[in-house]
Design a protein around this ligand. Structure first.
Ligand code: URA
Ligand code: SF4
Length: 199
């Protein structure tokens, strides 16, 4: 599996499948544990991510790290972080559909190889991409969906938490719920609580 993962990483690094390769400094494949239980998916690299080739290392990344720490998680343990789009859209514009489509094979393969217990969509763009256009972050954040044999949950994008204390409180609850939800995989006697779930 490691080999497949490295091959995929190399493929992304040198990918020229959409025009974003012309303006990127570094494609951002993603970072973390190849056997992660939680796969976080953001939108696209920003300026700092493009500079370093690592996801969520700017302001949003600091917020994400703080949220993880608040519930006793950290990005170096059991977590993999990536984005829908692997190269930075110039001027941080919302990734357009054509780019999402061009890049989708990489994410699909990452999900297959990592096979996480749960996928977390950070923000609207990731949630639309995985859960469809009906998804509304304000209404549906923190809800567990079952799709294609996977559990998927959407949350506010960390950047949204910089702008709203209310969103921050709600996100904190979602992180706590996530932590509780994951415990159930380790406890054979407990049924997965799907009271929050939607099919
Ligand atoms: N925002 C994202 O959605 N992804 C990153 O990697 C950084 C900021
Ligand atoms: Fe390739 Fe995705 Fe980068 Fe486009 S955004 S060049 S499809 S890796």
């Amino acid at each position: 599996m490691r080999e497949d993962f490295e091959d995929l990483r190399d493929e992304v690094r040198s990918c020229q499948k959409c025009e974003l390769h012309q303006t990127r400094k570094n494609a951002v494949f993603g970072e973390g544990d190849e056997d992660a239980k939680i796969l976080f998916i953001g939108e696209a690299p920003g300026r700092q991510e493009d500079e370093k080739g690592v996801p969520f290392v700017g302001h949003s990344g600091k917020v994400l790290d703080r949220m993880l720490a608040a519930v006793g998680l950290n990005r170096n343990e059991g977590i993999f972080i990536t984005n829908i789009i692997k190269c930075r859209p110039p001027n941080n514009i919302d990734p357009i559909e054509e780019h999402q489509e061009a890049c989708s094979r990489y994410l699909k393969r990452q999900i297959e190889l990592i096979n996480p217990q749960i996928v977390i969509c950070l923000g609207r763009i990731a949630a639309y991409n995985l859960l469809g256009p009906e998804y509304k972050v304000t209404k549906d954040h923190g809800r567990i969906y079952e799709k294609d044999g996977m559990y998927i949950m959407g949350m506010y994008h960390p950047a949204a938490l910089l702008r709203s204390n209310q969103h921050k409180e709600e996100a904190f609850k979602d992180f706590l719920f996530l932590k509780e939800f994951l415990k159930r995989f380790d406890d054979p006697d407990s049924k997965i609580d799907n009271s929050n779930s939607k099919n």
